[in-house]
Ligand binder design. Structure first.
Ligand code: C5P
Length: 212
C-alpha cells in the first residue's frame, strides 16, 4: 500500500505520516528532507540556493542514510529548500529515489508537496492536509520552543506564507491537491483527532477499492 500525503509547510502532515506509517507497518519518507539536504549542501559549500548547477549536482549526490534531521530543520535551510525545490533538474534528480522508496514492500507513506501528483500518482490513498496559516505558525512556534529555540510567531507566519507562495507558484511540480486527493483540514483538530480522521479516510478508501 502506498499512501501519499501532501500539504503546505507545518500543516501537520509529517507527524500524521509518521503515525500512519507506524499504524499500518509501512515505511515512511519525509521528502522535504531531500530538498533540505540539497539546500544545506549548497549553502555549506558557500553558494546561493538558486545556483542551478550546484543544486543539481548536490541533488545527484545526496545520501539519505546520512541525514542529520536536526541540522536540516534549521531556519536558513527551510528558506533555501523551497528555492532549490523550484529547480526542475533538482526535482528530476530526486525522483528515482522517491519512486524506488515507495515501491519497497510492504509499501510506504510519503509526505511532501507533489507525492499525489508526481511521485506516486497511482497511490492507494492520497491525503491533502491543510490548516489555517495562523494555526500552522502557532504549531511551528510550539515545536521550536520544545526544541529550545525561541521564535516570534509573526516571523514564523511570514516565513510560512513566503514558502507556501513559492511552492504553489513554481512551474515544476507545484503544491496542489491531486484531483483524487482527500482534503483533511486540521485547523480544529489536535494530532489524535487528525490521526483518527486520516485513518477513517484511508479505511473508507481501502474498503471502497475492495468493493469496486
Ligand atoms: O516539508 P518541508 O517543509 O520540510 O519541505 C521543505 C521544502 O521542500 C518545501 O518548502 C518545498 O519547497 C520542498 N518540497 C518539495 N516537494 C516535496 C517536499 C518538499 O518541493 N515533495
Amino acid at each position: 500500500m502506498i499512501i501519499a500525503i501532501d500539504g503546505p509547510a507545518a500543516s501537520g502532515k509529517g507527524t500524521l505520516a509518521r503515525r500512519i506509517a507506524a499504524h499500518y507497518g509501512l515505511h515512511h519518507l519525509d521528502t522535504g528532507l531531500l530538498y533540505r539536504a540539497v539546500a544545506k549542501a549548497v549553502l555549506d559549500a558557500g553558494y546561493p540556493a538558486d545556483d542551478v548547477a550546484r543544486a543539481s549536482a548536490a541533488a545527484a549526490a545526496i545520501d539519505p542514510e546520512k541525514f542529520d534531521e536536526n541540522a536540516l530543520k534549521a531556519h536558513a535551510v527551510s528558506e533555501a529548500s523551497s528555492v532549490v525545490a523550484a529547480i526542475p533538474q533538482v526535482r528530476k534528480a530526486l525522483l528515482d529515489y522517491q519512486r524506488a522508496f515507495a515501491a519497497r514492500p510492504p509499501g510506504a507513506v510519503l509526505d511532501g508537496r507533489d507525492i499525489g501528483t508526481v511521485i506516486a500518482p497511482g497511490a492507494d490513498v492520497k491525503l491533502f492536509v491543510t490548516a489555517s496559516p495562523q494555526i500552522r505558525a502557532a504549531r511551528r512556534v510550539a515545536e521550536l520552543k520544545a526544541r529550545g529555540v525561541a521564535a516570534d510567531e509573526r516571523d514564523v507566519l511570514a516565513d510560512l506564507l513566503r514558502r507556501d507562495e513559492r511552492d504553489s507558484a513554481r512551474a515544476a511540480a507545484p503544491l496542489k491537491p491531486a484531483p483524487d486527493a482527500h482534503l483533511l483540514d486540521t485547523t480544529l483538530l489536535d494530532i489524535d483527532a487528525a490521526f483518527r480522521a486520516a485513518v477513517a479516510i484511508i479505511e473508507a478508501a481501502r474498503t471502497g477499492r475492495k468493493r469496486g
